[in-house]
Design a protein around this ligand. Structure first.
Ligand code: ADP
Length: 447
């Protein structure tokens, strides 16, 4: 509960509101208090002046201070002051507290000498003392404190209430997609890769939903590839294995003899299996992007000539000719020569395998822009147009039974494409059934 986003949002909102209301109250109270004090002081000053004026008028009329005491007592009560009036001889003629009346004034308070309304001289000295905090101020402050305090308390409570309600409604709306995401993620964890979330939302949550969906697409794709791969591999392993078992059972049942020819066949099947496993390992490394390439500047003409020479005998045995058409001054290429030799070897082996007696195989290299284009062309059986886009697919064979008989794993072209792409190049094929095929790949030149 305490860790839920809902509760945290609520708490954060309430805290922000309390802090805002508290600080606004603090500043308002302090400013108002200052203003009220200044106002109180002005009012008191006016009251003092007024008393002074009234007393002067009294003296003007009566020409003496006689009978002034009751007025001073009243003013003292009314304004909450201690008022002491002395005549010119220093005798207290009026005292709001009545204690000093009639006695000479001996305190240190200098007081305000009073002048008559008309004429010059003084008619006495007036001393007015205020308490520590004047009544008017204290009263006004108390009222202000109470009113402002109440206002802020109720406003604060109301604001917190509204905020909590709004947070509750808003957080439900904000958190709905997050909840949908976490439920989808849970489903995903259980292996239901088809789950997607609504990704139409804007902002960060929408962005998160889109990232989730694209991650889900990738995972689903990878998972499908993995399943297909396992099915394909199982299928590919089954044939050589059942051949092996067939031979072995036949030997066990004494149907065939374990002579040299049989052992040779057994060995062939075992070789097919181990080739398949090697190719699979290489392909899985390439798929995982873990092929370690040792890239160096290489003389591509030499590499082509050496590979052609390596296959010369095999081609001759089938009555084929292999030749290389290499222009002078080909630039060096940036490649892992072992891997590119493997690609070329594979293309040449395929050409030899799929070209009939008397056929020709030609390797051509051309320099254009920042690439070298290498083509392997044969005059063999060619590839039907429907199969052409698929020949680079894993385990794809145009003529299933025959291709297997030649020992091909169906992975040669797939691996060739991965290797060329790992060098930043491309590989394509053109073919006319009955006339031949041309495989072309590119290599980056040394700059
Ligand atoms: P394989 O190990 O069967 O040769 P590849 O991936 O090398 O597998 O080739 C895939 C398929 O493409 C082959 O089975 C074959 O049918 C076809 N193919 C490849 N090269 C040629 C070629 N030069 N001429 C005709 N068909 C070819």
């Amino acid at each position: 509960m305490i860790h839920s986003l809902n509760f945290r949002l609520l708490a954060a909102f309430a805290l922000v509101i309390i802090v805002i209301i508290g600080s606004v109250f603090f500043f308002t109270y302090h400013t108002t208090r200052g203003e009220i004090s200044r106002f109180g002081e002005r009012v008191e000053l006016m009251q003092d002046k007024r008393m002074e004026l009234e007393l002067s008028r009294y003296h003007q009329v009566l020409r003496s201070w006689e009978g002034v005491q009751p007025f001073v007592v009243q003013w003292g009560k009314l304004y909450g002051r201690r008022i002491i009036l002395t005549d010119n001889e220093g005798t207290v003629v009026a005292d709001s507290d009545e204690t000093l009346l009639g006695s000479p004034y001996t305190e240190a308070e200098p007081g305000q000498p009073m002048s008559p309304m008309m004429g010059t001289g003084t008619i006495g000295v007036l001393r007015i003392s205020h308490g520590e905090s004047p009544d008017i101020n204290r009263a006004a402050l108390q009222i202000t404190y109470r009113t402002i305090g109440h206002f802020f308390l109720w406003a604060g409570l109301l604001a917190v209430g509204i905020a909590l309600l709004l947070t509750f409604i808003l957080s439900r709306r904000i958190l709905a997609p997050v909840k949908a995401l976490s439920s989808a993620a849970r489903e995903f964890g259980k292996g239901n890769f088809s789950r997607r979330v609504d990704s139409k939302g804007k902002g960060e949550v929408g962005e998160l939903a889109r990232s989730f969906n694209s991650m889900a697409d990738n995972l689903e794709h990878t998972e499908r590839l993995r399943r297909d791969m396992v099915a394909d591999v199982a299928h590919e392993l089954r044939t050589p294995l059942s051949n092996l078992r067939g031979y072995l059972e036949a030997i066990k049942d004494a149907v065939i003899k374990p002579d040299e020819a049989t052992i040779h066949s057994l060995n062939e099947e075992a070789s097919t299996l181990s080739r398949l496993i090697d190719d699979l390992q290489e392909l899985s490394l390439a798929d995982a992007g873990e092929l370690k390439l040792i890239i160096q500047p290489e003389d591509v003409s030499r590499l082509i000539k050496e590979t052609v020479t390596a296959l010369q005998a095999k081609a001759a045995a089938k009555g084929l000719t292999i030749s290389a058409d290499l222009p002078d001054g080909l630039p060096e290429v940036n490649i892992d020569s072992h891997r590119i030799r493997q690609v070329l070897h594979n293309l040449l082996e395929n050409a030899v395998a799929h070209t009939g007696q008397g056929g020709r195989i030609t390797v051509t290299a051309r320099h254009r822009d920042d690439k070298v284009y290498i083509s392997v062309a044969d005059t063999g059986e060619g590839i039907p147009a429907d199969d052409l886009p698929m020949v680079f697919e894993r385990f794809y064979r145009v003529d299933k039974s025959r291709a297997r008989a030649t020992g091909g794993s169906g992975l040669g072209l797939t691996i060739a494409r991965r290797l060329v792409e790992a060098h930043g190049g491309t590989i394509d094929v053109e073919s006319q059934p009955g006339q031949g095929s041309t495989f072309t790949f590119t290599l980056p030149i040394q700059t």
